[in-house]
Design a protein. Structure first.
Lengths: 169, 246
């Protein structure tokens, strides 16, 4: 490799690392905004603003869905297996909505800690399987382990950072 | 290694070797895509939750893989062109860009079609979807930048730099689902075959991925050959070649 080429290679690699650092820092600064939704842990910690439209996500807690037989009103609990969030919704639910399924709800958090949703989106996990396999797994006590692990990680991080109430600002 | 790079310097050598490789990849692409499509669409079992709409994965995932791989290949070609001044590398990068843009569009479009029944929305500004949209714009930017200069060399250099800088978006796309909460689920398909999918669903997907890659290689070889002829039209070996075929 001629010295000139070597120099050029270093200039390019230097340019690339600088850009990578710049992008990395930007993403790090924006990390709270890039997350599509708040997890119930974060909402319980007081991270989410009140009475402003937010998105919250988690799993629909088993046995928590109760429908009003007279209308489209439905109540359910969204959980990340660390904290729970009560959700009220009136409207048509997506086909994939069911207990134990991931959802993202769009709505306003009320002072009583409940979320009044305008929209409910189903969140599919990465597990694809034929119906027979799903049934076998369910009988064996299937749990959405991935989501649980991530929520626990966020919970731990928030604990380390301390809750906003306890901080100086 | 250096001998190989020196051989790559010669468009004539590339033209000769690609003539031999090209048919192999066309045959592989045809067979794999045919088998994968029939197996995936007709014989693979339906998903327990999504039913048949999950079959979009057989187009969506290979297209998304290619969209990212092509961008990385374009950036590597750009680096080789900038540092070693190898013209063939620039020609390869030129012909790859439109296919990459097309694959990005296919991935975004098939994802939107799948999103309507599954999520209840066709678009959401989550990290995975947004970074993929940025990839599409980067592709269009590379194509536009190449054509925006009156001298080909300046256009090539500008496009190479954009491709190299833009490659930073690729790890962001790949890890967006792990770093942040997104509506898009984490990866189902990995080459190592983690058990997020049963074998009878995974095997046709693997075949489709290999088929898409073969198609990409075959098409790139074919288009690079025409690009070589176009750019080297005044060289003696090309004129001799033209006389031979006449």
């Amino acid at each position: 490799m001629t010295p000139k080429r070597k120099q050029k290679l270093f200039v390019i690699l230097g340019l690339l690392s600088l850009t990578a650092i710049a992008v990395g820092l930007t993403l790090y600064a924006l990390r709270a905004n890039i997350n599509l939704f708040f997890s119930p842990v974060q909402i319980a910690q007081g991270d989410a603003p009140m009475e402003r439209q937010i998105r919250a996500g988690g799993m629909v807690k088993e046995g928590s869905v109760s429908r009003d037989p007279e209308s489209l009103d439905v109540e359910f609990v969204v959980t990340d297996y660390v904290d729970d969030l009560e959700v009220y919704y009136s409207g048509i639910l997506p086909d994939l909505f069911r207990e134990g399924q991931g959802v993202v709800v769009v709505g306003e958090l009320q002072a009583d800690g409940r979320l009044y949703a305008d929209k409910v989106l189903a969140r599919h996990d990465e597990n694809y399987m034929p119906p027979e396999v799903a049934q076998a797994l369910e009988e064996a006590g299937y749990s959405p382990a991935d989501f649980q692990a991530k929520a626990a990680e966020v919970g731990k991080r928030l604990e380390q950072e301390g809750s906003p109430e306890g901080s100086d600002y | 290694m250096w001998a190989f790079i020196n051989k790559l310097r010669s468009p004539k050598w590339f033209y000769a070797i690609s003539a031999k490789l090209q048919p192999l990849f066309w045959v592989a692409a045809t067979l794999l895509l045919l088998v994968g499509t029939v197996w995936g669409l007709a014989f693979a079992p339906a998903d327990y939750q999504q039913g048949n709409s999950f079959r979009i994965i057989y187009v969506h995932v290979p297209a998304a893989f290619l969209a990212q791989s092509i961008f990385v290949s374009m950036a590597v070609s750009g680096l080789v062109f900038m540092v070693w001044k190898i013209k063939v590398a620039d020609m390869v990068a030129t012909v790859m860009a439109p296919l990459g843009a097309a694959m990005t569009f296919v991935a975004l479009f098939s994802g939107a079609v799948w999103g309507v029944p599954t999520w209840g929305t066709w678009w959401m500004w989550d990290a995975r979807l947004t970074s993929m949209l940025i990839l599409l714009f980067l592709y269009l930017g590379v194509i536009a930048l190449r054509g925006a200069f009156s001298s080909r060399d300046s256009g090539s250099r500008a496009a190479s730099v954009l491709a190299m800088v833009g490659v930073i978006n690729i790890p962001i796309i790949k890890y967006s689902v792990d770093w942040w909460y997104t509506l898009h689920q984490p990866a189902t398909f990995t080459i190592t075959g983690r058990a997020a999918m049963t074998m009878d669903m995974w095997a046709p997907l693997l075949i489709m991925v290999l088929g898409f890659y073969s198609f990409f290689i075959a098409l790139t070889l074919m288009r690079t050959r025409s690009e070589i002829l176009r750019r080297e039209a005044n060289k003696r070996w090309v004129r001799e070649l033209a006389e031979e075929t006449n």
